[in-house]
Ligand binder design. Sequence first.
Ligand code: N01
Length: 538
Amino acid sequence: MSTQIKNVDAIVVGAGFGGLYALHHLRDKLGLSVRAFDGAGGVGGTWWYNRYPGARVDAPSSPFYAYTFSDELVNEWEWTETQTAQADVLAYLEHFADRFDLTKDIQFDTWVTDARWDENAQRWNVETDAGEAVSAQFLVCAVGALFVANMPDYPGIDDFAGELYHTGRWPHEPVSFEGKRVGVMGTGSSGIQSIPEIAKTADHVTVFQRTPQYSLPARNRPLAPQELASYRDDWDTLRDSMFKRGGWPFEVMRRQAADYTAEERHAIYEALWDEGGMHLAINSFITVLMDEAVNEEVSEFVRGKIRATINDPETARKLMPDYYFATKRLILDNGYFETYNRSNVSLVDLREEPIESFTSTSVRTSAGEHAIDMLVLATGFDAVTGSMLNLNPQGRDGVRLKDKWESRFDTYLGTTIAGFPNLFMIHGPTSPGVLYTMPLGGERTTQWIAECIRHMREHGLGAMEATDDAAEIWDREVNALADKTLYPKTNSWYVGANIPGKPRQFLAHIRGSRYFDRLTEIAEQGFEGFVFEARRAG
Ligand code: N01
């Protein structure tokens, strides 16, 4: 057990994009003493774990899926592709940690096992699985929105004796598919990115699909040096646009579908499809995520593209998505649908042929037995809330987060929780988190947290806490925004529908730029919605 308590100003949990920046900013810009912990063996967070074949940023990335605050960093890092591969993102984060001398303040391979608020001392007491005790005035949770693996619970799955991997916990050693019959369960981003890669060398791939997906062509390509140079030359303007436009610098078309003929609309969809990336979703028509008829037209356009790609009509039928286009997290692929034309790939539709059990060598469905040597679970995560609940901090009056969040994930501004003073979350529930550019979101959230801390220090304050009223109003506001869209109507991880028993709640703020303006206003106007306690002596 721990013997000596180490005191620092702030503890950061997590060393991914958010945690690394928090450590840098709070330590080097605000002058705090900071200790960071991560259960992984190195920096990177999600990029340390998700090293499955084909893993790439599932958004238009280079050079925008990166930190924006340092011109030097922007100018010195050579991005090579438009859709950055996992190894390159990880190398970038390792470079970032070296460049800003961060690793000396991070303890890797260390899990925070407990975090308790001490009301008298106005501090967080943290314990780790290394037997240490650390105390800090501030606890910054950068624990990752997509971290806690969702492991399916089919009868007999533990009896499966072949190789078993989850894409979100991929081994660091090479995994060979050669000569193997591989089952892949799950067709979200991880499944759709990995299936074409696995199929290149596996003897056979059987895809177990529960929900067919809309996936758009990523059109990944090398990033020409002159293209990167032009981004750098124009960096100030681009960064400004990222701030104004939901995290990406691209101009969004604000056109209405009704102003165009059916033929013109179709030509628009074709052009956006050819352009690739997320353009069809964000640049077709302004109401695509609100108007069922517009959404259905785009949905049908994508279904047509899938039909035209797949040779076997029966496979094409099983691949037809039937939820509102873009209301699950959009997927960008590199040859996913084409992969079904290979002779070594077959598709099992779990809605027609549910899984009944596993044996040591096979998956048994209602229609028969599928022999496999390896099972790849691309079944996703207990998203947005899972890792905070894992940490399960204990706030005021001994209340644990698991109890506080039993039926609703209430926060104030997605960064703080009533009853948990001086605790801040990066990408918490009801922040724009997963709908925004995550590195930039992490930067802006951290800068706001730093403003809170600066304010407290300047005014001799010991504790800052959201009020219940503010949290309630915030919850209503975030929901009202989401309810104007089709998002909440779809069963997705955005609403927690992928985890049996999880309370249904839309977990993201859908207007990133408005959200960050609001954070700024709240700081400028004296932190409305928070109560402060004076700093106690001692
Ligand atoms: O997980 P998902 P993911 N039986 O939840 C199915 C980010 N990401 O890891 O749709 C059978 O999207 C489930 O079916 P259904 C990105 O934001 C980023 O792919 O729930 N199937 C679905 O098909 C992404 O959105 C990057 O019906 C089961 C799949 O498994 C998020 O992470 C890369 C099942 C899970 O899809 C999550 O993506 C990858 C069961 N019991 C991911 N349970 C990069 O940027 C679940 N499924 C690198």
